[in-house]
Every structure is written in C-alpha cells, then in structure tokens.
Design a protein. Structure first.
Length: 620
C-alpha cells in the first residue's frame, strides 16, 4: 500500500467507528441498528438474540451500489475475499472466507443451495447472479452444516430475491454505461453497459414477477499479455415468479430462471481465440403452511448447467444438474424455544465418460432458546447420509449472553461446531484421478467474541475464530484423489462496527486478520480492511466514499510452480445519487479506483484502473 494512502484508513479507524459492518439506510434516512436476522436459525429473531455476528446487506445498501456486481458488494464484508472481483468481468471468481477455499462457502438462493456439480471445484459461479433481482443478502461466518449441510464450513451466503409489490402492477427499470480500462490505459471509452427491467404485482391472491437483465463488457484483456487484446463478456438473465395465497396460512410459489453468459478468455496466459459459453436453467417451488405456533416449509428446485469451451484444443462440453428438496417444520414452545425439524435431499448428476451421480439424505434438527434473563442458546445436529461413503454426523453449540445496559447491551458469544464437505463428482468419478473411496472433508470451528451496542447509533463487535481442517481431498504422486493426512489450521480475528453520529451520516468499517497453516494459503490476505462513509446532503441527494485495503497474499505461478508474493494495495471508490422525482427516478454516478491505483489482484490477470459509471433508475 502506498504511504500516501495510509492517512485515510488511520484517520477513519482512530475514532469511535473502528472496524465496522454494514449500515442500513434508505435514500432519505438512516435506519436503526436493531435489525432482524434469519439465516443462523431460520427464525426471525432480534440481532441481540443471535449468537453470531450475521452480516446483512439490505435492499437500501443494494440500491446504493447500483451498477456494481454482486461479487463487488459482498467483497467489502469482513472475513471474505472474492478473487477476481476487481478485475475484468468474466474472470473466474473464487470465494475465500475465514482462510478457507471456495468449496467451503455455501451459496443459497431463496432457501435452495446452488452448486454446479459438473465443474472441477463444484462451486457456484457468482457471475450468474443479476444484482437487480436481489432484495437482500445475509452472510453467516463460521460452520453452519447442521442447518445447511455440505459446504457450509466457513460461510453461508443467503440471497433473498425481490418479492412482488402489493400494487396491481409495478415496475423498475435501470440502465447504466461506463468505462472499462486499466490504470495505464485511461482511454475513457465506453466499455461497459448494463440494463435491467422488472414488472411485478399482486392481483387478489395471485402475485407475479418477471425480470430481465443484461450486461456487456469490452476493452480489457483477461490476462496480462504483450498484445492486451480485449476479451468480451456478455450476460443475460431472465426470471419468472408466480405465486398464489390460497388462505392466510397457506401459499405456494413457483419460479423459473435462465441465465447465459459468453466469456472470451486467454489460454495459458497467451492470446488465442478462446470462448466459453455457460448456461443455467432452474425451476423451483416453495410453499409454507402455518398452524398455531408452527409452520411447515418446503423448498425444492431442479437446476441444469451446461458449459461449452471452444479453444485451441477443440470443443469441450460439461453438463451437470442437481435436485434439491428441503422440508422442515418450525415450532415455537412457550415463546422461548424455537425448534426446527427437517430433512434435506440432494442429487447431483454429471456427464463425464459416463453419467454419474450421488444422493444425500440428511435429517437435521435445531433449537434456539431465548431466555428472559439474557441467556441465548443455539444448538443443532445433522446426520449426513451419502450414497457413496455412508454416514457422517455433525453438530453445533452456540451460547450467548446479553447484559442489558441503560442505552443498549453487551453480548458475549461463543460456539463450537463441526462441518463437512462431501467429495464432488469429479473427485469421485472423474476421468483423471477419480476415487470412489473418498471420505468427506471434516472441519471443527471454535469462536468467541463480544458485541456492544449503544443508543441505536453505535455498534461494535469482535470475534476470534479457530478452524481445524482434516481429511481434506488432495492428490497422491499419481494424481489420484485422496484424503490427505496433513491437517490445516486457520485462525483470525474479525472486527466490525457501525456508527451513526447524525441522522444523515454513517460510518462503517471492518478489519480481518487471517492466518492459515498447513499449505500455501494462496489468494488469502493476512490483513484486510474496509471503511465506508455515507452522507445525505439533502432529501434528494446522498453520496458514499469507500476505502478498501487488501494486504499481502500469495499466488501460484504455474509456469514454475512457485508461490509469488503479491503486494498490498488500496482502492478508493466514490458514489453519488440524486433523486429527480422522489421515490420514482434517480440518477447515479460511480467512480471506482478513484486514485487510479496500479496493482495485481491475481497473478497474470488484468485489473481495472480508474473507471466511471453513470446511470438512471426508474420506479413505476
């Protein structure tokens, strides 16, 4: 990090607002800090009753980040590093949380896990998400396999899509254009275009929603090459939702999604006519039946994935699909015991030399106890039943205690949890190194921390985590997939705070220290910090200034198979919005990497320099 940037982070972290989480505000006012969280229990509970520091990205924060991708928004949160989010749109994104790898983060959309079983890593590609469809995002850090199953090891990213308006018809339309340039080639040509349209409403007991979005990027090369020829990225997404509320206590909703993107890329870090085409199609159903103090929930979906790569080696096609069914009963006993009893079914399928698949059937239970004297307890267990390796048991215990103060509270938190990752289809049955005898990867995580809240204007939290990873899947000397004997330990500290000194001013910051031992820990910064300042100048105009620091980390040079240290870097971003027609029409301007920092995010890949984006958003 350049020395002349140090003053900004030092000054902002020196005051009350050190180390912050997201602030929630709309374009006219700052909201209170006593939000409701859902993801860590599946119940709507006050934040003070949760034993986790759940991060909530609200609809207002999504609105303030108009024009930015989902990966860029999530990457500002503590404990998370999304590799490739600062580069050319279309770069492969790896989500690293709390010193873990991408497969240790689970992504859920409207209660249904999403994961491409045909790929080598079996991760979900965040490029498939269109920001305009998202209402809010909740992020749980730490192990959550008891509620969410495989892959919920270091974080769960729970994405909630927008609901239909209560009006008969409502609409939202957004368009923006911007530059797409490197730090050393500030040509200011238009290289980025985004559009979205949404129509939705409610007609009696029937509700509906249809949306479409696309984005186009040009002007940048994927890899740093002498020619630096541009690689094009284009993305199209369509969603349809239909729902019917039969009675006050029973409703059902069906939905469908199709997402396509085309991505030019550079093979082996050299220019070549390479093109990847990816398509996802998903259909699903969700339903809720309420009775007394309980409710029965059903979430089911079928997703089909296809990827086609055309390069100098010819055409290759990967195909995969998965079925997901989650049925659970929620019941509240005596206003203090919140219980979950459910069963989760997953079937992953892919086509390699032959069609291959596996199934998972997991019964699970969870209990939250909220006392009237400050004690809260979240505990659960899951029995994983896998068609290949048999059974695996995981559990969690997460107590917390709240000391009420005159103007807020102090909360002490602790947890111990086990979690797991099932071997994916490539590791089990792939043509190169497949091993059907693999066992699941195992993790155990211990956490401890505290949270302090004052007067709905200031909140600070600090959490220590320590995770032990065993039975990880690697390779032997013959490149056969095996469960390696070596253990991996990751530990660190996450600190977050929110300060609302005025009704039209908020300050947020977060800092993460992460240390991973047992392997080369590539692409995981030891130090990372984010600071954001939001100010409302008047009823119709607000602006935000954000600062992000990413510390030294290592990346592998596959030409020499050596690990190279990448220098720290810092980025300054600015956004401003102005309402031309109150609650109807606003215009916005984003300026990213305002100081035109020249840096390397990933070894050999292009990064963006100073870029501008201007757009408008219309509500009907």
């Amino acid at each position: 990090m350049k020395k002349n940037h140090l003053w900004l982070i030092t000054a902002l972290l020196a005051g009350k607002g050190i180390f912050a989480q997201n602030v929630q505000q709309d374009s006219l006012k700052v909201q209170q800090l006593d939000e409701v969280v859902v993801s860590d229990s599946k119940f709507e509970l006050k934040r003070e009753n949760s034993g986790k520091t759940v991060i909530k990205i609200t609809a207002e924060e999504m609105q303030r980040n108009q024009g930015r991708t989902v990966a860029e928004i999530i990457n500002t949160k503590s404990g998370i590093e999304i590799a490739g989010s600062r580069g050319r749109d279309g770069d492969v994104l790896g989500v690293y949380a709390r010193g873990g790898r991408g497969r240790q983060v689970l992504i859920i959309i409207d209660g249904v896990r999403v994961q491409d079983p045909s790929t080598f890593s079996a991760e979900y590609d965040l490029r498939l998400l269109a920001p305009n469809t998202i209402e809010s995002i909740e992020i749980i850090k730490g192990a959550a396999s008891t509620l969410y199953g495989t892959n919920a090891v270091t974080a769960v990213i729970n994405i909630i899509t927008k609901k239909s308006s209560k009006k008969k018809i409502a609409g939202n339309f957004e368009t923006s254009v911007g530059t797409n340039q490197t730090a050393d080639d500030q040509n200011y040509n238009i290289g980025s275009i985004q559009n979205s349209a949404n129509v939705n409403g409610t007609l009696g007991k029937f509700n509906y929603g249809v949306d479409f979005s696309n984005r186009y990027r040009s002007g940048l090369s994927t890899a740093v090459t002498p020619e630096n020829e541009e690689d094009i990225f284009s993305h199209f997404s369509t969603n349809i939702k239909l729902g019917y509320q039969f009675t006050e206590s029973f409703g059902i909703q069906v939905y469908g999604n199709q997402t396509k993107f085309k991505n030019e890329y550079d093979a082996t870090m050299a220019e070549a006519p390479n093109l990847g085409e990816n398509e996802q199609q998903r259909i699903g159903l969700s339903s809720e039946f309420g009775y007394g103090k309980g409710s029965i929930h059903l979430n089911a979906a079928y997703t089909d994935y296809e990827s086609v790569a055309n390069d100098t080696f010819g055409e290759s096609i990967t195909e995969g699909s998965n079925w997901v069914l989650d049925v659970y009963n929620k019941y509240i006993f005596g206003e203090q015991f919140y219980t979950i009893l459910g069963v989760n079914y997953i079937k992953d399928e892919a086509i390699f030399a032959d069609e291959v698949d596996f199934t998972i059937v997991d019964p699970y239970t969870n209990l939250v106890y909220v006392s009237d004297f400050g004690l809260n307890l979240n505990a659960g267990a899951r029995l994983n039943n896998h068609s290949e390796y048999g059974n695996h048991f995981v559990y969690n215990v997460n107590p917390s205690y709240v000391f009420d103060t005159e103007n807020g509270y102090v909360k002490l938190m602790g947890s111990y949890a086990t979690s797991y990752i099932t071997p994916n289809l490539t590791q089990l049955f792939g043509a190169f190194g497949g091993n059907p005898e693999l066992e699941p990867e195992e993790n155990s995580t211990i956490e401890g921390g505290l949270e302090f809240k004052l007067n709905n204007s200031f909140r600070i939290s600090m959490v220590y985590f320590d995770r032990n990873e065993t039975n990880a899947i690697g390779y032997d000397a013959n490149f056969m997939s095996i469960n390696v004997a070596d253990e991996i330990d990751a530990n660190g500290v996450e600190a977050e705070a929110t300060w609302l000194p005025l009704k039209n001013l908020s300050l947020n910051a977060n800092y993460t220290f992460t240390e991973r031992k047992g392997d080369n820990a590539i692409r995981i910064p030891k130090h990372k910090a984010n600071v954001s300042l939001w100010y409302q100048f008047c009823e119709s105009t607000d602006a935000s200034l954000t600062y992000a620091y990413t510390g030294e980390r290592f990346d592998t040079d596959f030409a020499t198979y050596t690990d190279i240290a990448l220098d720290p870097f810092s980025l300054l971003n600015f956004s401003i919005r102005h309402e031309l027609i109150k609650n109807k029409l606003n215009v916005f301007l984003n300026a990213d990497n305002l100081l035109n920092e020249d840096y390397r995010e990933l070894l050999g890949f292009t990064t963006r320099g100073r870029n501008f984006r201007v757009g408008l958003n219309l509500n009907l």
